[in-house]
Write a protein that binds this ligand. Sequence first.
Ligand SMILES: *[C@@H]1O[C@H](CO)[C@@H](O)[C@H](O)[C@H]1NC(C)=O
Ligand SMILES: *[C@@H]1O[C@H](CO)[C@@H](O)[C@H](O)[C@H]1NC(C)=O
Ligand SMILES: *[C@@H]1O[C@H](CO)[C@@H](O)[C@H](O)[C@H]1NC(C)=O
Ligand SMILES: *[C@@H]1O[C@H](CO)[C@@H](O)[C@H](O)[C@H]1NC(C)=O
Ligand SMILES: *[C@@H]1O[C@H](CO)[C@@H](O)[C@H](O)[C@H]1NC(C)=O
Length: 464
Amino acid sequence: MISEQRDRRVPGTARGRLRLLTGAVLLSTIAGSAWTDNPAVASEGPSFSAPITNVTVPVGREAILSCVVANLSTYKVAWLRVDTQTILTIANHVITKNHRIGVTHSEHKTWLLHIRDVRESDRGNYMCQINTDPMKSQIGYLEVVVPPDILDYPTSTDMVVREGSNVTLRCEATGSPTPNITWRREDGELIILGNSQEVASIDGPVFNITKVNRLQMGAYLCIASNGVPPTVSKRIMLVVHFTPMIWIQNQLVGAQEGQQMTLECHSEAFPKSINYWTRENNVIIANGEKYEPSFSDNVYKVHMKLMIRSVAMSDYGSYKCISKNSLGETDGSIKLYHIPTPTTEPTTTSTVPVPTTVDPVENIQWSRQKPVPSLEPSSNEITDASLSTVVRSEETRLRGRPSHEEGHEAENVIDTDSHKSVDSDVGQRRIDNTAQSMSSKSSTWHCLTRSSAAICIIVLSALS
Ligand SMILES: *[C@@H]1O[C@H](CO)[C@@H](O)[C@H](O)[C@H]1NC(C)=O
Ligand SMILES: *[C@@H]1O[C@H](CO)[C@@H](O)[C@H](O)[C@H]1NC(C)=O
Ligand SMILES: *[C@@H]1O[C@H](CO)[C@@H](O)[C@H](O)[C@H]1NC(C)=O
Ligand SMILES: *[C@@H]1O[C@H](CO)[C@@H](O)[C@H](O)[C@H]1NC(C)=O
Ligand SMILES: *[C@@H]1O[C@H](CO)[C@@H](O)[C@H](O)[C@H]1NC(C)=O
């Protein structure tokens, strides 16, 4: 290739011819005549060896259009911008005042038009001309593409909404070609739609959420792509506020004196709640020798636990777990009742929860909660014809105590009036049938006699 510098040292005679040529090209351009090849003269003199290849260039780069000619002889090759009818170059000379334009050639055959730092305004048709009479020309197209850019103003910013409201997330992007907009969750989880459908992504600049719920809280990415790298995204945080809700699995829990006991509540709230435990006197239970409250949380869920290290007579009664945030306050209560300590055995550290009907303080969605597994009979089970449910021996072994004489069993019946009769009745028969395999002081079987047996067993399993 011959550099532009060297080509500039054209002798005076050449410059004269150049001026003439310029005039000729301008004339023909203005007249708009003979822009296409004339086949009659194509076999004589110069000709094009190949059409101009269309070029696609991202904005800011250099575009190079190539015109290949044969038998040029003393003729000149010129580049023109068709849209503006501007002469850009003639032979080795840049005519336009646009400093981003350059021209190079190799052996007078391949003539390259260089456009540096391409702008969107450079998009369009470019003509390669040979100054024959009539002149010959061909046209190529320069496509300028622009990577996507997300517009700050029309695009949503982080949002804080109340649960149940309708939310519209918007995202607008520029770019050429027009970018596609896709919404995803930043954490990669599926997007939950109102109709309980779950999808990986949503297409389109507007993402409507009808009656937003807490499961839809999180960071969303609006992703703009048009095939021109880089793809860009904007993070929009959707915060869903709701009043605290409390869910208690066991509202009635029995313990013997000296046992270690843990009361549990599940709370959901956002903004994050302040959580604490109280007794009847509404005094907050602090961490200390006796109690150990603990709270583990996960965005908006809190698992509240109150461990009573050693249950004393004064500990029986009602407890409240309280969850409070700026939108409101909710409490749930748990009753700890006394189970008499059998005289013949040592105290244990096991807890003896008694099932109650699951009674959420507020009716809340536990849509992701797994159903309570059904208890299928297995070879190990202890069955009793009089009992409607069965328990696996593993669960009964949770008690881990040797069996005792049957006589104590009746005393261990829980003192909740509503269940007393059935418990003692079934318990007595139970002992008759399975005295050896059941630990007599276990209250496990109390759970089995009621409809919520499965819940009781789950609690026991969790304690193991
Ligand atoms: C170049 O010109 C010569 C004679 O003038 C001719 O034989 C040849 O075919 C031409 N080449 C092209 C590619 O037109
Ligand atoms: C170049 O682009 C133009 C305009 O888009 C189109 O009409 C023409 O067919 C293209 N030519 C080639 C060789 O792709
Ligand atoms: C939310 O959208 C639903 C369905 O489009 C509509 O029925 C409801 O009235 C809207 N709620 C509010 C608060 O705009
Ligand atoms: C989204 O909701 C707005 C009003 O809140 C409505 O004008 C628009 O049509 C909805 N767009 C889609 C795609 O549902
Ligand atoms: C944009 O979306 C359309 C329709 O979904 C798709 O055909 C096209 O390939 C997408 N373009 C890009 C650049 O992703």
